[in-house]
Design a protein around this ligand. Structure first.
Ligand SMILES: [Zn+2]
Length: 101
């Protein structure tokens, strides 16, 4: 018996479908708007209205240091989706604008 329920779209009243695993979500500090923690989750999508969410994060995020940020930037440049929380306010900085941690 499965004790796990798939996410549900309230509007459409259907279960979402898992679209992609291993999607990276980046959190930013409030003070200086720098990325500080990365999480790996799964993207689920509503088959009717196409609403997408990221859930199923691991228990611990990864603290972002310079080498990890560089790897994230490279993956992002190659087209991998990196979801930055509050992306419209705090985009993932590129190497030129990021500066020192
Ligand atoms: Zn829906």
């Amino acid at each position: 018996m499965c004790n796990y329920h798939r996410p549900v779209c309230i509007k459409c009243k259907v279960e979402l479908r898992c679209e992609e695993t291993g999607v990276i979500v980046v959190d930013f500090t409030n003070e200086n708007k720098r990325p500080y923690k990365a999480w790996s989750g799964d993207t689920w999508k509503c088959p009717i209205c196409s609403t997408e969410i990221v859930v199923d994060f691991g228990r611990k995020g990864t603290n972002i240091d310079k080498p990890i940020l560089s790897r994230l930037q490279e993956r992002h440049k190659k087209g991998e989706q990196i979801v930055a929380c509050y992306e419209t306010i705090y985009p993932i900085p590129d190497k030129d604008t990021y500066g020192e941690l």
